[in-house]
Every structure is written in structure tokens, then in C-alpha cells.
Design a protein around this ligand. Structure first.
Ligand SMILES: Nc1ncnc2c1ncn2[C@@H]1O[C@H](COP(=O)(O)OP(=O)(O)OP(=O)(O)O)[C@@H](O)[C@H]1O
Ligand SMILES: [Mg+2]
Length: 557
């Protein structure tokens, strides 16, 4: 870039040399000498330009790759609470569009950051050296131009910010409707979705137009300044040349310098406009990078400790998702589960069952009280060992694109085929997997779309079983499985997972009836713990659930 700038600054001098010492005096030798010099300079400038572009592009591409890597690994570190704070759509935009925006900006910055100021200062110095009196024109025009540019930038900045927000909204919209295309179709909501999309698309278009309008005016206004300045210089300079006080070549060189100065100012203003977009993008990326990971194991007292028995204890646990809200989602929860026990959790929808169990693998941290595993606070384990010891089949579970086997290997990447089959058999999945055309190599569509709901649940259970966890949590994981198959799964748990603690959240009483203990929840509180018979005698909520399900059975029978 330095070569380019120096070339840019000396070129007009050579031109002036040709005109004054060659053309005017009809000296061919001088003309040839200067022409050769100019060609050499141009070649050097070209080499400099290519080099500058190459390294600029290389640097910005690498920068973008690094940035993407950092943002991505930060997102992987996010806790559940962190994920709740950003929408997935906006995270995707930040990772892709915003990074690209910054990449383009760095590329441009690297190309122009030296060149534009270099040309500006070089041009100014040369113009002043050439003819200070004529440079006075600049003294009038430059401040005018600067005021104009500032106005543009101040107007453009917020408009580009707006546009970025609209891109975000559009992306969230697209993500949601594309990933949920099946639901949309089943509710025949295509037209509604189309309208919703059209709305955010129109919003983006409008924001884009508003921002572009500023840009559209910028160019002609700059050109106007350029031509006016040139005209003024030609007028005053021309008179000086006619009066014999200035050489024609010098005037030509002077005009070129003026053009250079104005062009470099234009580049700077372009940089500023682009920087407004880049700033918006960079702020959004920084939001992700600066997001405080509110759940980590930095202060864990015993990072080597592993879950060995499977005892779970809650002591006066309070929790709420929104720290400023009044109602507690978990309110003074206290209970103990001994190793190897099977415990059922039952309660009306939204009463906090899923929230309660998510405290055990520390998906969220308690607000007050303590959660202990094997008598040790979960915060004192490393997250890795804790989650290795606690297998959880989430209520909203997903499989990933890939074969059945690949998905099951998530539980244990070193599992042999035999172990995989065993786990699948215990989860009552072996049978239907074998009936697939490729068996365990059968390709699951994205999110496991080409298996049935109940099959998917059984595959998720098999995946968790492969982990051989000391504590196994099933959050409503057999809701789509028929009762007979479910009974076989429970039987397999009893015989194959004798030593593991099993916590089973269920809607059906029949799923938990034979558990060692059943925890009944209502509105974030435990209203009863005990055997089926005990609860049936003493617990109002349990009775309600039991009889409502019995009624249904009788009715269908
Ligand atoms: N990620 C979240 N952010 C904010 N609030 C949440 C979140 N998850 C759950 N809640 C709220 O916390 C309460 C308890 O939810 P939870 O999922 O624990 O209920 P649940 O007993 O598992 O219900 P279900 O039987 O329907 O699965 C509900 O009022 C719910 O709206
Ligand atoms: Mg739940």
C-alpha cells in the first residue's frame, strides 16, 4: 500500500514533467524518459496493489474464520439460562451475517486505511508545495465537504443499525417457519406464515431503501464537490497560466492532486458508512462474546470426583427462571433418594417437574438451598463428571441427522455393536430398528423425523442407557409409548439397572405406580412423598390424578 500511495503522489509530477519539459519544448528524449519512468512506476504500483489486495483479503478471511470459531465455541459454553436469553435465529445471524459484515469491513479497512489518508496528506502537501495560493481553494471547499459528509454519516449510521435489526427479525422468522414446516402445514398456516414473512421482508426492504437513499445521495453530492473544486482551480489556475505566472504542466498536476484529495475523502466517507454497519455487527458479536456464562465449574471444590453411588438429595431448594418474578417455580423442595431406588414424579402440567430434575445435572443453578449427589453439592463436581454420572432423557428430546448407530454412540463413543444392541433391547428399540432396511445404519432424518414419536423416545432412552449413568432421569420419556411396551422398559430397568437410581417423570399413574417412592408436586411444591397405596389414602392431588385416569379407563373399557 505504501508503494501504491507513493506512486499515486509522484505520478502527477511525472506528468507535469512531460508537459512542461517535453511537450512544450518539443523534446522527444525527455518525453520518452518520463514515459518510461511512468510505466515503471505504474508497474510497481500494480505489484503493490496486487500484494495489498492479496494480503488484505487473506487477513480478513482468516480474521472472520477466527471470529466464527470463537463465537461458536462461546455459544457451546452457554448454559441453559444463557441460551434462554438469545433467540436461536439471532445467534445464527450473528455467527454468519454479522461476521461476514465484519470481514468485508476489515478487508476494506486494510485496503483503504493507509491509502486514503496517504493520498489525502500526500496530495495536500504536493498541492501546497506546487502553488500555495491556488491551494486556498481547498481551504474553502474542504470544510464544506467535511460538514456535508458528517451530515450524511450521522443520518446513515442509525439507518444501517435499523437495517441490521430487520435482518435479525427476518432470520428469526425464517428459522422458525422452516424448522417447523410440518406443524405449519398441519395447521394449514402457510398463508399466515407467508404474510408474516412478507411483513418482515417488507420491513427489511424499507429499512434497506432508507439506508440506500442516503448512499444514493452521497455519491452525486461528492461528485458535485469534485467538479466544482476542479472548475474553480481551472478558472483561477487558467488565469495564472495565461498571465504567464504558472506552467501548464503544473496546473495539470495540481488538478490531479485535487482530484486525489477528493477521491480519498470519498473513500474515507465510504469507510465511515460501512463502519456504521460493521459497528452494529461488532456490537452484536461482542454481546455474545461478553455474555457472562452464569454456570461453570471454575469454583468446583473437587474436580476429580465422580458420581459413584447415585444418592440424590434436595435441601430447601428454591428456584425461579426470572429472578425478578414473584412466583417461585420451585418452592422449598426437600427430599432424599437412596442409590438404586426408582422414584416417580407426578403432578399437573407446569407444576415444575422438569425444572426440578434439571437441577440434578446442573442445567440450572438453584436460587436457594442445595442439591447434593452422593452427599456432595453438585456445584463441587466438574460439569463433565457430574453430567457423565447423570443420564437425562429430556422432555423435548432430539436425535441428530445421521444413522441410528451414530445417534446411540452419543451415549458412549466407544460402545461396541453388542453394547449398542443391548441398550436398544432394554429400551425396547432393538425390534423396530432391526426391521429398518439398513438396521442400525438406517439414516435418521434431521431431528429424527422419519421414525415415529414412540420410536424416537425409545431411541433417546437407549442413548441415555449407553451412558450407564448412576442416576437416570426420564422426563416424560415414554408418553408416546404404549403401556405394554412401557412396562417392558420398566422391567428392563429393574433387572439391568439395579444399581442406578431411576427418576421417572410421568403423566400416567401406571408408569410410576410400582416405584419405590412417588413424589407428588403441585405449583412448585411437594405435597406428598410415599408409596402408591399411602398416597392414594392421604394425598388429595394424587387421588385426583388417579381417579381421573381410572374414569377414563373405565369409560374406554
Ligand atoms: N426455560 C424456561 N424459561 C422460563 N420459564 C420456564 C422455562 N421452562 C419452564 N418454565 C416455567 O416454569 C414452570 C414449570 O415448568 P416445568 O417445565 O418444570 O413444568 P412441568 O411440571 O415439567 O410441566 P409438564 O408436565 O407440562 O412437562 C412453568 O410455569 C413454565 O412456564
Ligand atoms: Mg416437563
Amino acid at each position: 500500500m505504501i508503494v501504491e500511495v507513493v506512486g499515486e503522489v509522484v505520478m502527477p509530477k511525472f506528468l507535469a514533467g512531460i508537459i512542461d519539459n517535453g511537450v512544450q519544448t518539443r523534446d522527444i528524449g525527455q518525453i520518452i524518459l518520463m514515459t518510461v519512468l511512468m510505466i515503471l512506476t505504474a508497474l510497481l504500483m500494480m505489484a503493490g496493489g496486487v500484494g495489498g489486495s492479496y494480503f488484505g483479503a487473506k487477513a480478513s478471511v482468516n480474521f472472520a474464520a477466527d471470529l466464527r470459531r470463537d463465537v461458536y465455541s462461546k455459544v457451546q459454553e452457554f448454559s441453559f439460562a444463557n441460551i434462554d436469553r438469545f433467540s436461536t435465529g439471532s445467534l445464527v445471524t450473528r455467527l454468519t451475517n454479522d461476521v461476514t459484515q465484519l470481514q468485508n469491513f476489515t478487508n476494506m479497512l486494510l485496503r483503504m486505511a493507509l491509502r486514503a489518508p496517504g493520498m489525502l496528506i500526500g496530495g495536500l502537501i504536493m498541492a501546497i508545495l506546487l502553488r500555495p495560493s491556488l491551494a486556498l481553494v481547498l481551504l474553502v471547499m474542504l470544510p464544506l465537504l467535511l460538514i456535508c459528509m458528517t451530515l450524511f454519516i450521522r443520518k446513515g449510521f442509525p439507518l444501517f443499525n435499523k437495517m441490521q435489526e430487520k435482518i435479525d427479525a427476518l432470520n428469526s422468522n425464517v428459522r422458525e417457519s422452516v424448522t417447523n414446516a410440518r406443524v405449519i402445514k398441519s395447521f394449514v398456516r402457510e398463508d399466515f406464515e407467508k404474510k408474516k414473512f412478507a411483513h418482515s421482508n417488507a420491513n427489511l426492504k424499507q429499512a434497506g431503501m432508507n439506508a440506500m437513499k442516503v448512499m444514493i445521495f452521497l455519491q452525486p453530492v461528492m461528485m458535485f464537490f469534485m467538479y466544482t473544486t476542479t472548475l474553480l482551480v481551472v478558472w483561477f489556475g487558467g488565469n495564472t497560466v495565461i498571465a504567464g505566472n504558472m506552467q501548464l504542466g503544473d496546473l495539470t498536476a495540481f488538478i490531479t492532486y485535487i482530484t486525489q484529495i477528493l477521491i480519498s475523502l470519498m473513500m474515507v466517507s465510504m469507510l465511515f458508512v460501512m463502519s456504521s454497519r460493521a459497528m452494529a455487527s461488532s456490537r452484536r458479536i461482542r454481546e455474545v462474546l461478553d455474555e457472562k456464562i452464569d454456570l461453570n465449574d471454575d469454583n468446583a471444590a473437587n474436580k476429580e470426583l465422580q458420581v459413584s453411588e447415585g444418592r440424590v438429595e434436595f435441601r430447601h431448594v428454591d428456584f425461579r427462571y426470572y429472578k425478578n418474578s414473584e412466583d417461585k417455580v420451585l418452592d422449598d423442595i426437600t427430599f432424599t433418594i437412596e442409590p438404586g431406588q426408582t422414584v416417580g414424579i407426578i403432578g399437573s402440567t407446569g407444576c415444575g417437574k422438569s425444572t426440578l430434575v434439571s437441577m440434578i445435572p446442573r442445567l440450572y443453578d438453584v436460587d436457594a438451598g442445595e442439591v447434593l449427589v452422593d452427599g456432595v453439592n453438585v456445584k463441587d463436581y466438574s460439569l463433565f463428571h457430574l453430567r457423565e454420572g447423570v443420564g437425562m432423557v429430556l422432555q423435548k428430546n432430539v436425535l441428530f441427522a445421521g444413522s441410528v448407530k451414530e445417534n446411540l454412540l452419543w451415549g458412549d463413543e466407544n460402545a461396541t455393536d453388542e453394547m449398542i444392541q443391548n441398550a436398544a433391547a432394554h429400551a425396547q428399540a432393538d425390534g423396530f430398528v432391526k426391521s429398518f432396511n439398513k438396521g442400525y445404519d438406517y439414516d435418521l432424518g434431521q431431528g429424527g423425523t422419519n421414525v415415529s414419536g414412540g420410536q424416537k423416545q425409545r431411541l433417546c432412552i437407549a442413548r441415555a442407557l449407553l451412558k450407564k449413568p448412576k442416576i437416570l432421569i426420564l422426563d416424560d420419556s415414554t408418553s408416546a409409548v404404549d403401556t405394554a411396551t412401557e412396562a417392558r422398559i420398566r422391567e428392563a430397568f429393574r433387572t439391568e439397572l439395579k444399581d442406578s437410581t431411576k427418576i421417572i417423570i410421568a403423566q400416567r399413574i401406571s408408569s410410576v405406580m410400582d416405584a419405590d417412592e412417588i413424589i407428588v408436586m403441585n405449583e412448585g411444591r411437594i405435597t406428598g412423598i410415599g408409596h402408591h397405596e399411602e398416597l392414594l389414602k392421604s394425598n388429595k392431588e394424587y387421588q385426583e390424578i388417579y381417579y381421573s385416569q381410572m374414569d377414563k379407563k373405565e369409560a374406554t373399557a
